[in-house]
Design a protein around this ligand. Structure first.
Ligand code: NDP
Ligand code: BG6
Length: 583
């Protein structure tokens, strides 16, 4: 059988913990176990939820007395439904796939508030749960639904779905609301039906291997924590890029936009882990207490620190406005960059840059911690001190594989031109740090960025990069002497690639890890209601301004800047970052 999931640390310990199912956990339990997937006919259920449950099944991590009921409005037979799942359940072991599908069945109701239809489906499920004799029945209700129907589904679960003989847990997908007020209303509605320990607000970025590794990197090593603060860190960039558009999700996406789809949840969650204080223990409440604390220290983001964009098409790709279902003249952003400040003793004055977009040049998600320049950098300029920034890593895709720029005036000139407003012009001899791209003039003739920046007149930055995807990696950029009689130094990497270092271990799907946590009753990787409120407080004023919402009706919506599909996004975003000294 495949190797089991890596053991998880237990509360209060940084050491690797016990196997999650040893010692009377779900799998060894005699209880009956059911998952009800609301919206089972939809995109998320088919592409993520069921494949994740299958992954757990394949690893032998599901209990034997288990069934999964899909529930939605569309009418389907069990066989039709299983057929629709087969496309997404990838395995060469067809017997295993069939055994899994035999646990899955499907029922429909006339709506998510159809109490009668749901009661009939639940009565049938109860029969199955008790088929082998009376046992406690534990139930997970997974709401793979648009947020507009969360409240209705919650009410119907409470009225007709709750098990009286075991535990009940409800998994709610993001986005949880559209702003502070609507999110508070949704939280209040759910709180009428369920206690906080029954609600699992899922953000699948928290289940990604590298996001989980962030805490280990920070708190499991002695070397990072002393420099993890404003005295050593110049800025932090958290990036999410996708090379495709919104596909068939216009109905959802146009209502929400990229800030609610990615920035307010996935990027903000990652930022909270990068920035939080060490928790007292790894228990759910201790970890979430620290995340809430740091989020409450964030100043609401400002319009002048934000650039929003929308992709335009080319001969091969639709513009956002041409996607099926997008209303004419929509101003919904598909790209956003903003600068976040955390007002506390550790981070005061350090810009946290959040950047996300669809229809960009690559698929990538990463955290980039840029450290302050070395004081009195000995190797800048001078006869012996020629500095070259040499791009040697295949990790920085999109950059010329090996490129050089001499120190001094020419690179400084590029940087000065790049900065536009003159933010980072180098004086005299300057060191050179490699940057992420060889972007120049965009298709609209606006642009800059020769791929080289002069990091003012001091020294080069060290950078710690935590690559979440596509390939999990951690690397630290350091200056190093190149071999030879001359004195040429280069920017190189101390590189930990997970595929190379752990070739026999496979990273689990984020959803598989999180569904396993729901089954185990571990809420540490789920969003608590006060955490959610703090995250909305950061973005609500900006969203209202951009959309002409409460307080800004007279100004109306603000149009995003257009950028070419497949590009790095609007040039204005790069200019914004350069203004903050990003190199
Ligand atoms: P879908 O649009 O596919 O909706 C899921 C199901 O809900 C549909 O099959 C449909 O089932 C029902 N439904 C759709 N619209 C309505 C409506 N207006 N009223 C009542 N029922 C409706 O959504 P996704 O599966 O893409 O997303 C579900 C949730 O998961 C959302 O909250 C989304 O933000 C979140 N999410 C999605 C991701 C993805 O990759 N798709 C990734 C991360 C989160 P029927 O008509 O049969 O009832
Ligand atoms: C979802 C967003 O939460 O995350 C999607 O709704 C996005 O728009 C997806 O495509 C990205 O997830 P991943 O795991 O592919 O990076």
């Amino acid at each position: 059988p495949p190797a089991p999931f890596p053991a998880r640390p237990g509360p209060g310990s940084m050491a690797a913990g016990r196997n999650p199912f040893q010692g009377g956990d779900v799998m060894s339990s005699k209880d009956s176990f059911s998952i009800v997937v609301f919206g089972a006919s939809g995109d998320l259920a088919k592409k993520k939820t069921y494949p994740a449950i299958f992954e757990l099944f394949s690893q032998g991590l599901l209990p034997s007395r288990m069934r999964i009921m899909g529930y939605a409005r569309s009418s389907k037979t069990d066989e039709d439904f299983r057929e629709s799942l087969r496309v997404y359940i990838k395995s060469s072991d067809s017997a295993r796939v069939e055994a899994f599908l035999a646990m899955c069945y499907y029922r429909n109701g006339s709506g998510y508030d159809d109490e009668e239809g749901f009661a009939t489906a639940i009565a049938e499920m109860h029969e199955l749960e008790q088929a082998d004799g009376p046992v406690a029945a534990n139930r997970v209700f997974y709401l793979a639904l648009p947020p507009t129907v969360f409240s209705k589904a919650g009410a119907v679960i409470k009225a007709k779905g709750m098990s009286e003989s075991g535990w009940n847990r409800v998994v709610v997908e993001k986005p949880f609301g559209k702003d502070s007020a609507s999110s508070a209303k949704l939280s209040a509605t759910l709180a009428k039906h369920f206690t906080e320990d029954q609600i699992y607000r899922i953000d699948h970025y928290l289940g990604k291997e590298m996001v989980q590794n962030l805490m280990v990197m920070r708190f499991g090593n002695a070397v990072f924590e002393p420099i993890w603060n404003r005295h050593y860190v110049k800025m932090v960039t958290i990036t999410f890029k996708e090379p495709f558009g919104i596909a068939s999700r216009a109905g959802y996406f146009d209502q929400y936009g990229i800030i609610r789809d990615i920035m307010q949840n996935h990027l903000t969650q990652v930022m909270s882990i990068v920035a939080m204080e060490p928790p007292v223990s790894l228990s759910a409440e201790d970890v979430r207490d620290e995340k809430v604390k740091v989020l409450r220290s964030v100043v609401p983001v400002r319009e002048e620190d934000t650039v929003t964009g929308q992709y335009r098409g080319d001969s091969d790709h639709n513009a956002y406005l041409e996607e099926e279902g997008v209303p004419e003249g929509s101003t919904t952003p598909t790209f956003a960059t903003t600068v976040v400040f955390i007002q506390n003793q550790r981070w005061n004055g350090v810009p946290f840059i959040l950047k996300c977009g669809k229809g960009l040049n690559e698929r990538k998600a990463e955290v980039r911690v840029q450290f302050r320049d070395a004081p009195h950098f000995l190797y800048a300029g001078g006869a012996r001190g020629q500095v070259h920034a040499v791009k040697q890593t295949p990790l920085d895709q999109g950059t010329a594989a090996r490129s050089r720029a001499p120190s001094g005036a020419s690179a400084g000139g590029v940087a000065a031109a790049a900065a536009g407003s003159g933010a980072v012009a180098g004086a005299g001899a300057c060191s050179v740090a490699s940057t992420g791209g060889a972007h120049s003039v965009d298709d609209d003739g606006r642009g800059f960025d020769g791929g080289w920046h002069c990091a003012a007149a001091s020294g080069p930055s060290n950078e710690l990069v935590i690559r979440i995807q596509p390939e999990a990696a951690v690397y630290l950029k350091v200056m190093s002497k190149m071999p030879g009689l001359d004195n040429v130094i280069s920017s190189s990497e101390l590189n930990l690639s997970f595929d190379d270092r752990f070739p026999l271990r496979k990273s689990p799907e984020a959803y598989a890890r999180l569904i396993l946590d729901v089954m185990r009753g571990d809420q540490s990787q789920f969003v608590r209601s006060d955490e959610l409120a703090a995250a909305w407080a950061i973005f609500t004023p900006l969203l209202h301004r951009l959309e002409g919402g409460p307080g800004y009706e007279a100004l109306g919506p603000k149009a995003p800047v257009l950028y070419r599909f497949g590009s790095r996004g609007p040039v204005e975003a790069d200019l914004l970052l350069n203004g903050y000294g990003f190199t």
